[in-house]
Write a protein that binds this ligand. Structure first.
Ligand code: ATP
Ligand code: 3PG
Length: 396
């Protein structure tokens, strides 16, 4: 992959696609991890004498919507970098392009939310061409939306020489090395639905010594193995997929670990008659809401006999206390064994990263991905559209 460091950027204008799609409430930024992750590339470009035109989306607006303006994020980035950032509201006007062109090298601009224009998500060529007029090269640092074939991520690469930013390179390097061929790789996959992760799990089997499947998606496997799962979330249509995954694991010599005990409650939304039970003790009116302690022990044993641990998806309904104990324990175990240097670890996906943050362990992982959907698609396909275009020849 072409790195931004392979291209002489002194006295050039760079169109820098970042993913600054951060959670916001009432105009306040709730988590600035993605903003902070974009800083190394911006600093690198500035120190090399480039002009930087930052572009991003925020949320999923339907046309212009002041609530989704990037202005608060522009202000925060300006504060973090301690520099002025020119904010460009009307991003498709020739006046804006001329204004940016007239600014000296070494300055930074930020374009208003790309998704205020429907052409962005449509991957529209004309829109991408207009964006390309802001700069003489394109740097994609937006790993978290590189699974989208959008104009500023994918189509723009037709018009400008294209490179990967430092954040994107870090993400790819961290994921690739967490699945290194020589190491013992252990994947912990949870979340609600197996249907959304079948491709991911099948791909990971080939790269892992062991896989733990937990959360709501494990219920389909328990059903496939003949257990009563009560009122728990389950996808009966995917029982065959579950059986296939079990048999691929056997064939590929990948140890498949499923819950051996679970926490059940009579309600899914709040704790009612909560019990720790063996699989054979689940009742018809129970909801499985978390994994049990024997299961957590199996997970710990596997972590201690692995070199790399990769985690996506919570092991239980972590939004409701105490159904978060399993997911928080997993976060603590991974961080503990990362700290004592026996493993290297990576966590990705919105909810698993939220568990790492809520349990106060995120800083202790070897790597926390900025991505949700893109992290899963990269694990599944080993590339993403926004990455594959970085090396294609340009049309002018
Ligand atoms: N036993 C369970 N029953 C029902 N839902 C569960 C169970 N265990 C976990 N979940 C739910 O799974 C959801 C998260 O699943 P998801 O697959 O979306 O995770 P993720 O991949 O980390 O996140 P994202 O898709 O946001 O990147 C949570 O809302 C959680 O409550
Ligand atoms: O938050 C994300 O996963 C990325 O910013 C992509 O956002 P999207 O799912 O709205 O395309």
């Amino acid at each position: 992959m072409n790195s931004v460091k392979d291209y002489p950027v002194t006295n050039t204008s760079v169109f820098l696609r970042c993913d600054l799609n951060v959670p916001m409430k009432d105009g306040c930024i709730l988590d600035s991890h993605r903003i902070e992750s974009s800083i190394p590339t911006i600093k690198y470009l500035l120190s090399s004498g480039a002009k930087v035109v930052i572009a991003s989306h925020l949320g999923r607006p339907n046309g212009f919507d002041a609530k989704h303006s990037l202005k608060p994020i522009c202000d925060e980035l300006s504060r973090l970098l301690d520099i002025k950032i020119h904010f460009i509201k009307d991003i498709t006007s020739q006046d804006s392009i001329s204004l940016v062109k007239s600014l000296p090298f070494g300055t930074v601009c930020m374009l208003e939310n790309l998704r205020f224009h429907k052409e962005e998500e449509a991957g529209d060529e004309n829109f991408a061409k207009i964006l390309s007029e802001y700069a003489t090269c394109f740097v994609n640092d937006a790993f978290a939306c590189s699974h989208r074939k959008h104009a500023s991520v994918f189509t723009i690469a037709q018009f400008l020489p294209s490179f990967a930013g430092l954040n994107l390179l870090n993400e790819v390097e961290a994921i690739n090395s967490s699945l290194s061929k020589n190491g013992k790789n252990f994947c912990i996959i949870g979340g609600s639905k197996i249907s959304s992760k079948i491709g991911l799990v099948k791909n990971l089997i080939h790269k892992s010594s062991s896989i733990f499947l937990g959360g709501g998606m494990a219920n389909t496997f328990l059903l496939a193995s003949g257990y009563e799962i009560g009122l728990s979330i389950c996808e009966e249509a995917n029982v065959k997929d579950a059986q296939e995954i079990i048999s691929i694991c056997k064939k590929e010599n990948c140890k498949l670990i499923l819950p051996v005990d679970v926490i059940v409650s009579k309600s899914f939304e709040k704790p009612v008659n909560v019990r720790l039970v063996k699989l054979s003790e689940i009742q018809k009116d129970d909801f499985i809401v978390d994994v049990g302690f024997q299961t957590l022990k199996l997970i710990e044993e596997q972590i201690t006999s692995s070199n790399n641990v990769i985690w996506n998806g919570p092991a239980g309904v972590y939004e409701v206390s105490p159904f978060n104990v399993g997911s928080f324990t997993i976060a603590n175990l991974i961080s503990h064994y990362t700290k004592n240097k026996s493993i290297s670890s990576i966590v990705g996906g919105g909810d698993a990263v939220a568990c790492a943050n809520l349990s106060g362990t995120a800083d202790e992982f070897s790597f926390v991905s900025t991505a949700g959907g893109a992290f899963l698609e990269y694990l599944e396909q080993n590339t993403l559209p926004g990455i594959s275009v970085i090396s294609i020849p340009i049309k002018r």
